[in-house]
Design a protein around this ligand. Structure first.
Ligand code: SOE
Length: 388
């Protein structure tokens, strides 16, 4: 029997637009879905960026997101724009009764994130926030291990999300470095990921102390900022502009209802680190280590192992026993960054009719945003701040 079709509109055709397009295109080939996603329309800001639409698999293009979210035939709106556009698009889409997938961080501010959640709840639509690293089979396995008590009582959660793409002082100004477009810098972009991983794996952050820094305060304006990679290559003018967001944020925190200590580092200035998103969790029974640059593996230490083989073992998380893997390749045949988005969309589509969903929602995104907000306050006041 033919599956029910759900029509998708994707807004934002850059880096995340490409990752999500690939996910919508592949998900039905590798996973058995209850519905059939139809890639209806790709919406962008510039006609040039929409030249990829056909190649990515989209039926139509549009330069007008308002027109797109109002369309009767659209069921799902997927938001991959710069952050400042998330709230108006999501709120309009919710009002129009569309289900929503939205990139992280949910908004530039806590207030806007809360408004988005309220609009989604009021409309009764399904909402997901793109905390993609939850969908790594190794991370989902670690989650199961923690739930089963295999690590025992958790003492430490330690995360560092390190990149180096703006270390070069000649790297031009891009939207990710302007507060009005992005909210915060490394904190909201990549600190949001590790905050969410902490919430997902260990528990909610209840209070924080923080420091933040902007190492390079002025950057040359590029003639057209079209995103992270295009921005780097864009033609530069002689005009300078001020970077008004953090290049790095370091914070520590406590976990609600537990005596777990957490530490976080989000930086775009870890020279030599390209996309090193790493977590370490130390418990009374054992420990786990994972990092995204080696995402098919995690390290596991079991305190109960016999003394002569004590030590960390490297687990190849590509067995059918690891979440999502069965849909891909036989054991040992690794997957990559783009697969995380396929898993995300798979979870979203399989739970369209479920009351309680397992994926990260706007609710989780607001919890994350509360931490980001407290971190900015703590860095400014130089005091411990409670998370709202
Ligand atoms: C850029 O810093 C970025 O693309 C983030 O925005 C993504 O969320 C992360 O997955 C990779 O780095």
């Amino acid at each position: 029997m033919a599956k029910k079709q759900v029509n998708v509109a994707l807004i934002g055709a850059q880096f995340m637009g490409k990752a999500h397009s690939n996910a919508w295109r592949k998900v039905g080939m590798f996973f058995d879905l209850p519905v059939q996603p139809v890639m209806k329309v790709l919406c962008g800001k510039y006609p040039e960026e929409l030249a990829v639409a056909e190649r990515y698999g989209w039926q139509e293009t549009s330069l007008d997101w308002q027109e797109v979210v109002a369309r009767e035939d659209i069921d799902i709106v997927d938001i991959c724009t710069p952050n400042f556009l998330h709230p108006p698009i999501a709120i309009a889409a919710a009002k129009a009764g569309k289900h929503i997938v939205c990139e992280k961080p949910l908004a530039n501010s806590l207030k806007e994130a809360e408004e988005m959640l309220a609009a989604a709840k009021k409309a009764g639509i399904k909402h997901m926030c793109g905390f993609s690293y939850r969908f790594a089979p190794a991370v989902a396995t670690i989650k199961k291990m923690i739930n089963k008590g295999e690590l025992g009582r958790i003492f430490h959660f330690r995360a560092a999300y390190q990149q180096d793409w703006i270390v070069d002082p000649d790297f031009p100004m891009v939207w990710r470095l302007k507060k009005k477009h992005t909210g915060s810098g490394a904190l909201g972009d990549i600190g949001a990921h590790i905050t969410d991983l902490c919430h997902y794996l260990v528990g909610e952050v209840s209070e924080v102390a923080a420091v933040m820094e902007t190492f390079i305060k002025q950057r040359r304006v590029s003639e057209k900022d079209t995103g992270i990679t295009a921005g780097a290559q864009g033609k530069k003018s002689s005009k300078m502009d001020t970077v008004d967001v953090d290049d790095a944020a370091v914070f520590i925190g406590r976990i609600k209802g537990a005596d777990t200590l957490a530490s976080f580092e989000a930086t775009r200035f870890a020279t030599g680190r390209r996309n090193y998103n790493s977590i370490e969790i130390y418990g009374s029974e054992g420990s786990v280590l994972w990092n995204q640059e080696d995402m098919n593996f995690f390290h596991y230490y079991n305190r109960k192992d016999p003394a002569h083989v004590q030590g960390f073992r490297r687990v190849h998380a590509t067995d059918a026993a690891h979440p999502y893997i069965k849909a891909w390749w036989p054991t040992g045949h690794i997957i990559g960054y783009e697969h995380l988005f396929v898993h995300e969309i798979y979870d979203f589509l399989t739970q369209l009719n479920r009351k309680n969903v397992t994926y990260p929602t706007f609710e989780d995104a607001v919890k994350c945003q509360r931490v980001l907000d407290a971190v900015e306050k703590a860095a400014a006041t130089k005091k411990w701040e409670k998370v709202k």
